[in-house]
Design a protein around this ligand. Structure first.
Ligand code: 5GP
Ligand code: ZN
Length: 113
C-alpha cells in the first residue's frame, strides 16, 4: 500500500470504481477514460511501480495477472482484445502502480502511436 497511489486507493476501496473482478491477488475495473468500447485495467493488489520493478518474487503474480486477463476477457465475451502495459513516461505511463490495459470492442491499429 502506497498512500499517494490512486490504484492502491482503488484496491483498498477508498476510491470507487466499476469493478468487474476481484480476488486475493488482483482487481479489474473499468478505465475512467476509455479508449475502446471495453477498456479494463487489471491491477495487482501489491504496489509495484511498473513491470520494470518486478522482482523474482513477483513472477508467480505476473503469471496470475495474465491468466486472469484471459479468463476475465472470456467471461465478458471479448473474442479479440489487446493487452498493454506502459513502462515509463515516454511510453505513456501516468500511474506508477503496475497495470495492464485490456482494450476490445473495436478494430485496433498497428503499430500503436
Ligand atoms: P497509464 O497512462 O499509466 O498507462 O494508464 C493509467 C490509466 O488509468 C489511464 O487510462 C487512466 O484513464 C486511468 N485512471 C487514472 N485514474 C483513474 C481512476 O481514478 N479510476 C479509473 N477507473 N481509472 C483511472
Ligand atoms: Zn499502488
Amino acid at each position: 500500500m502506497n498512500e499517494n497511489c490512486i490504484f492502491c486507493k482503488i484496491v483498498q476501496g477508498e476510491v470507487k470504481t466499476q469493478k468487474v473482478h476481484e480476488d486475493e491477488d488482483l482487481v479489474a475495473f473499468k478505465d475512467l477514460n476509455p479508449q475502446a468500447p471495453t477498456h479494463l485495467l487489471v491491477v495487482p493488489k501489491k504496489h509495484i511501480p511498473s513491470l520494470a520493478k518486478c522482482g523474482k518474487e513477483d513472477e508467480a503474480l505476473l503469471g496470475r495477472l495474465q491468466a486472469s486477463i484471459a479468463s476475465i476477457s472470456e467471461k465478458l465475451g471479448l473474442g479479440s482484445y489487446r493487452v498493454v502495459t506502459n513502462v515509463g513516461r515516454q511510453a505513456g505511463q501516468s500511474v506508477e502502480h503496475l497495470h495492464y490495459h485490456v482494450l476490445g470492442g473495436r478494430r485496433m491499429t498497428w503499430p500503436p502511436g
